[in-house]
Design a protein around this ligand. Structure first.
Ligand code: NAD
Length: 262
């Protein structure tokens, strides 16, 4: 039996992009959406020799009409979408007393509202079509602990919201055969990690990040995006058929470690 089509948000970069590459390389049809049209074009170029069909759609996950259009167009092309990965997101780092209300709102919109709208439209389509499905969202260690690096007020609040949303949806839609789970990446080597750093400083900041990972992450390195995509793929698939409302921590041991030495 062929795997059902997968829809991925945030598909132009990082975890979303690695997820698209993984499924298309397995011969599965994928609808890839992002607001970054250049990134989608380069993704299509990169994936063109892979077995699975790739259908790219640009759009902003913070807009309900756009998310509805994305799902309508994707299902017209690929059939009812029964597998969804919500990986669109941003990071803005600032201590709360220096964080503008506009930046707070922007992060909550992109990470929490964007994930909510993706899940809302996805489950509605599944319920209307009387099919079950599987949704995987992206959360973060910042949803569970105060990261010592600091400046995570908005990002952590958005990720905590995603984790609560996942549990709530899992309970509400289990009766419809829809599973909803989250993957919790630690520090994965994607553009998001350096998104707040001005372009000229990115190389040195990247070196600094790699050094910090050696020191702070029990596995001693950053994650490759494909390592996160593999965790996403397992939760998304029928191999995780009895898993819902769950968080799969894929962080090299970061959350397991206490900074305290006594
Ligand atoms: N990289 C990490 O270390 C890490 C750690 C924990 C959690 N996460 C989470 O994983 C998810 C993916 O992160 P990533 O590292 O792949 O980031 P990334 O920056 O590489 O990719 C995110 C993608 O989302 C897209 N996007 C952002 N806002 C959007 C919007 N409003 N509409 C449509 N597309 C939008 C961007 O254009 C980008 O292509 C995020 O939710 C992030 O918070 C990442």
């Amino acid at each position: 039996m062929t795997d059902p089509a997968v829809l991925v948000t945030g598909a132009a970069s990082g975890v979303g992009r690695a997820t698209v590459m993984l499924w298309t390389s397995r011969g599965v049809a994928v609808a890839a959406t992002d607001r970054d049209e250049d990134g989608l074009r380069s993704l299509a170029e990169e994936a063109k020799t892979l077995r699975g069909r790739l259908y790219t759609l640009s759009g902003d996950v913070t807009s309900e009409p756009e998310v509805e259009r994305i799902f309508t167009e994707a299902s017209e092309e690929l059939g009812t979408i029964m597998r969804v990965v919500a990986s669109g997101g941003i990071e803005v780092n600032a201590a709360a007393h220096e964080l503008s209300a506009a930046d707070w709102e922007h992060v909550l919109q992109a990470n929490l509202t964007g994930t909510f709208l993706t899940c809302k439209v996805a489950v509605k389509a599944m319920v209307d079509a009387h099919v079950g499905g599987s949704i995987v969202c992206l959360s973060s260690p910042a949803a569970f602990v105060g990261l010592a690096g600091g400046g995570n007020a908005a990002y952590a609040a958005s990720m905590g919201g995603v984790s609560a949303l996942v549990r709530s949806l899992a309970v509400d839609y289990a009766g419809y055969g829809i599973r909803v789970n989250a993957v919790v990446p630690g520090a994965a080597e994607t553009p998001l990690l350096l998104s707040g750093v001005p372009e000229p400083d990115r190389e040195s900041s990247h070196d600094d990040l790699v050094e910090r990972a050696v020191r702070e992450v029990p596995l001693g390195r950053l994650a490759k995006p494909v390592e996160i995509a593999q965790a996403v793929a397992w939760l998304l698939s029928d191999r995780a058929s009895y898993v819902t409302g769950s968080h799969l921590v894929c962080d090299g041991g970061l959350l397991a470690k206490s900074a305290s030495t006594f």
